[in-house]
Design a protein around this ligand. Sequence first.
Ligand SMILES: Nc1ncnc2c1ncn2[C@@H]1O[C@H](COP(=O)(O)OP(=O)(O)OP(=O)(O)O)[C@@H](O)[C@H]1O
Length: 213
Amino acid sequence: MAELKLFETRNLTRIERIGTHSHIRNMGLDSALEPRFVSEGMVGQTLACKAAGVIVQMVKDGKIAGRAVLLAGQPGTGKTAIAMGMAKSNSQETLFVMLAGSEFFSLEMSKTEALMQAFHKSIGIDRPTVSGAASKTGKLTLKSTEMETVYDLGAKMIEALGKDKVQSGDVIGIDKASGKITKIPPAGGSRSRPRSTMTFSSATLDAPTLFTS
Ligand SMILES: Nc1ncnc2c1ncn2[C@@H]1O[C@H](COP(=O)(O)OP(=O)(O)OP(=O)(O)O)[C@@H](O)[C@H]1O
């Protein structure tokens, strides 16, 4: 009879996607913004590289600012590579922040807030909060009689909690699209609140603490 052998398996619960763009050093264009077929880590995609180069040049010349660029194409055709080339064309040290749509939409944080955080991270800024402490992330616990939910907090929401002086036991409304937090005043005392209302329980910051439970 065949012997059954059991081997210990490694914990594979956390699988990370490894970004393989380290070979991209620039957009592979010459000084007249003409694309070379193989250059600076970029191979082919000459029209897209040229278009990206023209946009970067317009930004450098101060002709456009505060705009977004949409790169569309089949998976794996080099959209991220070109975006990285655009960043690297400015300087090899330019910060490049990647956001995966799926991760982004699964965040328990307002999309505006998540975007703001990514932008702040990309330009190395920590926004000051109302208390003057550095802008940080945190956690917010909401409780009802049936359930308890923990939300990730961004700087904007932390600021809103401070502004409204939200305290443990307060009923709050959160607009998940904009991140706006509003304190809902008790109408005739807490007993009249519907059972399903979520009540602010606690908020903690990962660093400089504004609120604690
Ligand atoms: N023209 C290119 N020159 C050099 N490397 C490239 C080129 N196009 C893609 N690659 C490399 O191939 C891999 C996949 O490309 P990339 O992630 O940029 O594609 P994508 O279009 O952003 O894909 P997805 O839509 O799945 O996010 C990366 O390692 C990237 O650096």
